[in-house]
Design a protein. Sequence first.
Length: 367
Amino acid sequence: MKIPQKKSKSPAPLAAVDAPEATTTGRGDDSTSLALAAPADSGGLRLDHVLAGLLPQHSRNRLQGWIREGRVTVDGKPVSEPKHKLWGGEAINVAAAQDAQVSASLPEAIPLRVVFEDETLIVIDKPAGLVVHPAAGNWSGTLLNALLHHAPQLSSVPRAGIVHRLDKDTSGLLVVAKTLEAQTDLVRQLQARTVKREYQALARGQVERGGTVDAPIGRHPIHRTKMAVVMGGKPARTHYRIVERFSTCTLIECSLETGRTHQIRVHLDHIGHPLVGDPVYGRGANRVPRGPAFDRQFLHARKLGLVHPATGKTMLWKSPLPDEMADLLDQLRLDAAMEADAALGDDDYDDDHDVELIYEYGDGDDD
């Protein structure tokens, strides 16, 4: 009987053995069955090492994960330990799981609202809920997948022409370059801070006046999935002005000089006025104070201005607020007007007593 022996030196890379055409295993997870054979000289070697030689297109970590998940059998018996030693010549079957990242570059027929398109640019009005770029947890169903279906030539442009991003739950305008030259030009415009990007945001509380938040942003020191104002972070500057005031929140317009991750959300939280509906930076206050629930952050990329890379013409696009945002503002205006009417109509109202209006609606004309 042949006894497996450890070898003192690292063995030469194993040659792949011809395997039958991959077939679907029926696991229900898009896996494919790979029939392999351990080389005769692999006695004493670990299973994960042998698989790394037979399947060089997959990383050692991925192969070890498949073994632990029970996706690998040796001579028909499941093996769940990557360091399992082989005798040599065994029949190995691998139920290879589909690499989620492969779908990141696949075209998908996802509807897009295109507000402008020519041979150089595409301007998209992104809905809330659409992820811009594939990442862990969102390898498909993204704007990038939709763009590759809408304009297949974007497969030759890095990141499918995407030059800036919006958060998943932020709606509004976003520009995409259709050529490498246009992408390079737009990146330079962003770096020069000449791209005009304005957002409408509903902030909690009474924002007293407009201003600028100039505070560096980096990864949160404790909650690594969040960003925060931190010493040593990247420079970040947000300008904001008052658009409309309500009793418990303020509609503001923000313009960016920089484009850090979650910049507006972090900066508004930093000054004590987090976005209405923001579940991450709102300190749990993801609704309008004393008002209706709002299931996403109230942040909309309303204006986008830039110099066209091909024509040199200055261009500006505007996007109206989504219906759910406009409806919320209408409700806030109505509530504020009713509160003001109630204060003015109080039976105990004294003409000599000053009453502060919560909100002034319209221009005061009777009609």
